[in-house]
Each structure stands twice: as structure tokens, then as C-alpha cells.
Design a protein around this ligand. Sequence first.
Ligand SMILES: [Fe+2]
Length: 193
Amino acid sequence: MSQALMEPFSSQLNLETGVIAQAQIIRRTLSDMRTMFADRAAAERILAEEGDRLIYEVYAVPLPEEEGQILHSTTIIYPGRVGDEFHMTKGHFHEKRARAEIYVGLAGEGYLVLQSEEGEVRGVPMQRGTIAYVPPLWAHRTVNTGATPFAFLAAWPGDSGHDYGTIEQTGFARLLVNRDGQPTFVDNPHWRR
Ligand SMILES: [Fe+2]
């Protein structure tokens, strides 16, 4: 059986901002993530007093989510904190756990945070030019620990799938918070396996 030929194409990435022209844009606001920050009272206070807040945007190049494709997108995490905890992405395992991912830092500074199924946590600092590798089996999220937007390019196999539910239920075992101006990992009081 022969596969239909897909036309080659390119996308235009703004290396300074991380914006990909004519991409599909997904926006995540605080109201989408109100239970994901450890200080839920702080999240509710922000929503009540300031209204909703843009946490991050994803610019995805539209491609079929199937084996053989290499999906790619950029993410821009806006600076800020909810309580002491820095703005971050929701984080996920790949549905097919044995699928890796590559991140390339474009702007700002932050961390790639990874967690194994057993709850081991690792943090990889990222800045412009960093190539960070998510090996198979690790859940991953990114965190903006700087004062400017943190942007990076990501690429992953087309049949990876996304499992957001596990992280939504358990959270990450460790959180990245501001301690005296320094990004610091602390235990998540809400974490359960
Ligand atoms: Fe991923």
C-alpha cells in the first residue's frame, strides 16, 4: 500500500518572540489551570481581583497526528507567578510513553521540569540556544522563571498522543517557586502518586 505524498512546506518562525506565522494558536489562561497551581487560594484571588490572566500560548504547525510525522510548535510562557509559583504549562505524559521530544530555547529563561511515573523530578535550565531533551517515559512541563516571555520550539513524534489527565490528578511532586529572588524547587504539598 502506498502512502499519498504530502507536499513539502515551511513555516516562518520569529526567533525573537517565538511566534510562528499562520499557526494554530492555543491559549491557556489562569481559569483553565486554576487547580494546577499549588496555591489555589492565590489563583482564586487573582481571578476575583484582576480577572483572567494569559499564562501561555502554543503556536502549532498543523499536521496529522500520526506515525511518521514530526509534530512541531512553539510555546510562549508569559512571566508571572501565582502565589510563589512561577507561570508554567499544564504538563503531560505522552500517551505512548516511549516517545521523546526536543526543545530549543528561543527567548527568555526557564526550566524544563520532568517527572517519572514513580515521581522522580528533574529540572533542566533553559535559555536561548539550549537544546533540551525529554527522554521517553518522562512527563514534562516548562516554567518561566524570568521577567520576560520564555519561548521555545518543540518537536515530537506524530503518534505520541497527550495524557494531560495523569498530571491534572497528581500534579508534579516538586514545584518551582520564587525564594528570595531565586527559582527554587520545593515539595508540592498536594502531590500524591
Ligand atoms: Fe510532549
